[in-house]
Design a protein around this ligand. Structure first.
Ligand code: SF4
Length: 63
């Protein structure tokens, strides 16, 4: 199964992923985005968040 992951080292805390896809992403500690529910939205919505991330911090991972 394919799930989105956020690389905390790359995330700048801009919040774009949360704006685009709040069912999957939320801002966590230190203003770094975290995946709160990997299956909270469809693949295309997650792709939109990946495209919106200015630091390319979001990617897919096989679980
Ligand atoms: S869009 Fe990218 S840089 Fe911005 S908060 Fe989300 S993961 Fe972090």
């Amino acid at each position: 199964m394919k799930v989105p992951v956020v690389d905390a080292d790359l995330c700048t805390g801009c919040g774009a992923c949360v704006d685009v896809c709040a069912n999957v992403f939320e801002m966590g500690e230190n203003d770094i985005a975290v995946v709160k529910n990997p299956t909270g939205a469809g693949e295309s919505d997650v792709e939109e968040a990946i495209d919106a991330c200015p630091s390319e911090a979001i990617s897919w991972s096989e679980k």
